[in-house]
Write a protein that binds this ligand. Structure first.
Ligand code: IPM
Ligand code: MN
Length: 370
């Protein structure tokens, strides 16, 4: 990532919110792997565990304490497992903890790389890792997620449900600029913006205008516009045409699940919620998966790769590369959970990757290109 939080030295403090369900299990493995990487490079990492979760909410009535967001700002980074529990049907705690942190810390960039690690994980015929390697920048602080709306005469035949979509110049401009900056800084040349301006003629006209104006300032980059439905089609037909995609909050949510499918499933997809230069939050794309919880079967790779994004963001690039290389090795050797063709449990996959991190020191990771 081109713009990281200012390097405050090698001692970093990370807030960890394991959350609910499999979030707890995959977080433990991500921490294990990150600790192994830090040890290899002689750096320290300090983790503070925060109990905010469905259990905590049900026991205390508190989703996130009133000073919670301010406490989070004191850390160098935040790592989240997953939130969501059938005992909290309105998902209130997830809204406060996950969406609340995105909004309160103004983490406007949802960075979701889509990278196929092994050909056999791709559900498309004949596609190789060279064909599936792009990043999605999802606007993360507005759109349909702002919670503005209401219900009139709920529960009756006259019910009216309104959910407003907010697009601001500031919000659209900063995410679109981030996409172009990222492309330029990482040697990518193609930036695609997806909206639905043929139907949402007001809200998405703003995306059109901003994209045109920003693109004009990057004449070295190829700017392309697609309607979101066409993008979904082309992501499946030929994902190799994409390098950087930028879109709004809801569309980004949807197409990153599609992207996760292209790279081997939700279990391997990673993400960062960023405000460049500020405390940012990292989480696997998957949810808490209640039916899988407590069985030692969830794939920890999405969490581990999210932790690698966190290390990268913190300026610890060698550690990040070492973790990514260890994951690539585990995948190619089928040392993982059944969804990636292995027969290991969550815990054993974490052990394998942690020991691979120790082995890759001074070995192949230096030449790995990610
Ligand atoms: C994600 C999730 C969240 C979202 C849910 C849990 C609210 O699906 O991070 O992609 O929609 O942003
Ligand atoms: Mn999602």
């Amino acid at each position: 990532m081109p713009r990281s939080r200012p390097n405050k030295g090698w001692d970093v403090r990370i807030a960890v919110i394991p959350g609910d369900g499999v979030g707890v299990e995959v977080t433990a493995e991500a921490i294990k792997v990150v600790r192994a990487a830090a040890a290899v490079f002689g750096h320290s990492l300090d983790f503070e565990m925060l109990p905010w979760s469905a259990d905590h909410y049900l026991a205390t009535g508190v989703t996130i304490p009133s000073d919670g967001y301010n406490r989070l700002r004191e850390f160098d980074a935040i790592f989240i497992g997953a939130l969501g529990d059938p005992r909290v049907p309105d998902n209130r705690h997830a809204r406060d903890i996950l969406l609340g942190t995105r909004f309160e810390l103004d983490l406007y960039v949802n960075y979701r790389p889509v990278r196929l690690l092994d050909e056999r994980l791709c559900p498309l015929k004949g596609r190789t890792p060279a064909d599936v390697n792009f990043v999605v920048f999802r606007e993360n602080t507005e759109g349909l997620y702002v919670g503005i709306g209401g219900r009139f005469k709920p529960g009756t035949a006259d019910e009216v449900a309104i959910q407003e979509e907010i697009n601001t110049f500031k919000g659209v401009d900063r995410i679109v600029r981030h996409a172009f900056e990222f492309a330029r800084a990482t040697g990518r040349t193609r930036v695609c913006m997806a909206d639905k301006s043929n139907a949402m003629v007001d809200g998405h006209a703003l995306w059109q205008r901003v994209f045109r104006d920003v693109a004009a300032r990057y004449p070295d980059l190829q700017a392309r516009h697609l309607y979101i439905d066409a993008l979904a089609l082309l992501m499946v037909q030929d994902p190799s045409q994409f390098e950087v995609i930028v879109t709004n909050n809801l569309f980004g949510d949807i197409i990153t699940d599609l992207g996760a499918a292209l790279q081997g499933g939700l279990g391997v997809a990673a993400s960062g919620n960023l405000h460049p230069g500020r405390t940012s939050m990292f989480e696997p794309v998957h949810g808490s998966a209640p039916p899988l919880a407590g069985k030692n079967i969830a794939n920890p790779i999405g969490a581990i790769l999210s932790a690698a994004l966190m290390l990268d963001y913190l300026g610890r690039r060698d550690e990040a590369r070492a973790v990514e290389a260890a994951v690539a090795r585990a995948v190619s050797e089928r040392q993982g959970t059944p969804d990636i063709g292995g027969s290991l449990g969550t815990h054993e996959t974490g052990d394998y990757i942690a020991s691979a991190v120790r082995k890759v020191e001074g070995d192949t990771w230096r030449n790995q290109k990610f």
